[in-house]
Design a protein around this ligand. Sequence first.
Ligand SMILES: NC(=O)CC[C@H](N)C(=O)O
Length: 455
Amino acid sequence: MSNRQEHPHFNDWFQTRGITEVECLVTDLTGILKGKIMPAGKYLGGGRPRLPDSIFIQTVTGGYPDDDDIHFWNPAERDMELVPDPNAIFLVPWADDATAQIIHDCHYLTGEPVELSPRHVLKRVLSFYEARGWKPIVAPEVEFFLVKTNTDSDYPLEPPIGRNGRQESSRQSFSIDAVNEFDPLFEEMYDYCDAMNLDLDTLIHEEGAGQMEVNFQHGDPLRLADQVVMFKRALRETALRHGMYATFMAKPMANEPGSSMHLHQSLLDAESGDNLFAGENGKSSRLFQQFIGGLQHYLPSAMPLLAPNVNSYRRLMRTETSGSAPTNVEWGTDNRTVGLRVPVSTPEATRVENRLAGADANPYLVMAASLACGYLGMLGQLEPRPPMIGSAWSGGHTLPDDIRPALDMLSACQPLAEVLGERFTNSYLAVKRAEHREYFQVISSWEREHLLLRV
Ligand SMILES: NC(=O)CC[C@H](N)C(=O)O
């Protein structure tokens, strides 16, 4: 296990920036950052923060699964030691005191890694690739809405007010002027992202009112999952400073499209750096076909990781406002009606874009799940169905339409559990089932409106 004092990197990094405080961070199953704050001197002196491993069996509201669901669980909460990744250190640009935020892995005091940690799950999937000399490369695209601040959760969200004093209205897709309405916010967002060394590429206005998308440069999956987590935090903070909320909820407003986290994926030979998805004569390779075959076969069962909330499935429902959110796992070239789009590219840039994940999903788990499905396809040499030409909206192989059937499919899929880790998969299922039970206990305004005085 690495000891912080063995990383002169931390000393230098802290000294150059005069760091006085450290935020020791871990992402839980739902993608929420948990952790501890420590004085920098204590951290450099080898002080190791600890957390109980129960943070990995908590619902988004902080609840826990029932005893029935956690029969696999050792009820004694075990302490975990937080072990920093020297490559995952970022400045906190908005802090008054010079503060570092560091993403940590979790180890039991006996030294073994905690299999329940989403970051560990991604590392585990990557280790299967590494063993075969394969290096996956990803590029995430994250959509989000800026909305007016709203403290009443019963009141529907509204689009934000821009510099011109007017509320955003929809159909401003790709409008530069509509982005400029929020210039002060985005300038600060870029300043923060620069200070944090995040590899942002483009920013565009998306289909919805106040909906934007940020693209990341392609690179190593672990690094990019770290960056997405950091980006979400930085953007939420920036928006608050400008009197707005930034939300990554999958479908925050019924009359607007939802927000996705598309994931471009390619595969390099770890030694030569060649793209293994590029075949002969400008065609794609057999491995590429099998990777897509794996996505088609296993993604429906992996949906709880890509669409983890009840709300996520509202984005994937075909309605007048669903925009280009996918409803199937078909593939096609330059086709945005399919879940798996192959962009037109040079052979070296051959890749597939998985369009299924919502922006609400945990980036470690989206990358782990999608790469696990592709890996299983290559391992089992699965052939994809023929590519979709034209619209796939009214056909194709469909996806589970709600979190409950999706959870049932995941629990029946042994190959995925083996790649993601059995203990992780079981506890994830238990947490998500508990969350659904919490949700189901809430009587909605729709029910009061239509049932209270009528049935
Ligand atoms: N850029 C796009 O293709 C829009 C994606 C759409 N917002 C979704 O939820 O999937």
